[in-house]
Ligand binder design. Structure first.
Ligand code: CP
Length: 312
């Protein structure tokens, strides 16, 4: 086993060494994606089941493709079209797919802690593809991999995460991962969207965008979860956009070579204007490609693949 655990449940308890192993392995996997024939036999005979209780475009599709590029058999199961609708529990559903021969279950679920619970109740590897507001480790790993392609070192790198930190599993996983590798992480958003005692996670906390963005190397723009707007966490989308949207004026506050990330899906004109999202500093499409590489790396490592040394 190359990683310290056969599961990937979150970055809070993953060592910096394991994170580096995953990023280096993703680097090697990206070479496969760039080939005309994107197929290697590495996971032939292995079965990956994606079990999604929430909607997804990027995460689900990239796990499917990651498995296929490594020659695993991949099966997708969504709660809306499965026996979950007849009242079957999460554990019973997962045990059912395990009994059919699954080696890896990739779970997205609205409940925080659901992946951990599954890992405690089934024998195959579990990968957390987003559990409520808790963690989304593969998103953070692909964000970190994308950053590593543009920046020499994580140590001292100024990363600012903008938006609804309170409800963001992406923010939480990024904070755990980035701080372990030595980045200086800041979060900024309306006070209603900042969890209390955030500083304990080792980040600087701002409500003022200009202060938070000054001199940043990387800005990670979170999706405004429109469903939360009903809770009145900010007065209106127009107000949010004015106070916390990333626009060209705010781009000028960053370092000249700063990059802009967004996990998607984007609300153009709300948290980010199109001229920034489509600018040369935005690496949003690279993140999507890298998501496949990172998920290939995880499937490989969690099923017993050997460490891949840095190929650079
Ligand atoms: N970033 C992300 O998790 O996107 P999806 O919801 O489309 O998977």
């Amino acid at each position: 086993m190359s990683l310290q655990s056969k599961h990937m449940l979150g970055l809070q308890h993953v060592s910096d060494e394991d994170i580096i192993t995953i990023l280096n392995t993703a680097n090697a996997m990206k070479d496969i994606i760039k080939r005309k024939i994107k197929k290697v036999p590495t996971l032939r005979g292995r079965t990956v089941v994606t079990l999604f209780y929430e909607n997804s475009t990027r995460t689900k599709t990239s796990f499917d493709l990651a498995g296929k590029y490594l020659s695993a058999d991949t099966v997708g199961l969504s709660a809306s079209s499965s026996s979950v609708q007849k009242g079957e529990s999460l554990i019973d559903t997962a045990r059912t797919v395990e009994a059919m021969g699954a080696d890896v279950v990739v779970l997205r679920h609205p409940a925080a802690g659901s992946s951990k619970m599954l890992a405690e109740n089934i024998n195959c590897s579990v990968i957390n593809a987003g559990d409520g507001v808790h963690e989304h480790p593969t998103q953070a790993l692909l964000d970190m991999f994308t950053i590593s392609e543009h920046k020499k070192d994580f140590k001292g790198l100024k990363v600012t995460i903008v938006g609804d930190i309170l409800h963001s599993r992406v923010a939480r996983s990024n904070i755990w991962g980035l701080t372990k590798l030595g980045a200086e992480v800041s979060v900024v958003g309306p006070a209603t969207m900042l969890p209390p005692k955030m500083e304990k996670m080792g980040v600087k906390v701002y409500t003022n965008m200009e202060e938070a963005l000054a001199g940043a190397d990387v800005v990670n723009v979170l999706r405004i979860q429109l469903e939360r707007q009903k809770q009145g966490l900010f007065p209106s989308l127009r107000e949010y956009s004015r106070l916390y949207g990333i626009n060209q004026e705010r781009l000028a506050l960053l370092k000249d070579d700063a990059i802009i990330l967004h996990p998607g899906p984007m609300n153009r004109g709300v948290e980010i204007v199109s001229r920034v999202a489509d600018s040369s500093q935005a690496v949003i499409e690279e993140q999507v490609t890298n998501g496949v590489a990172v998920r290939m790396a995880l499937l490989y490592l969690l099923t017993g693949g050997e460490k891949v040394e840095d190929v650079n």
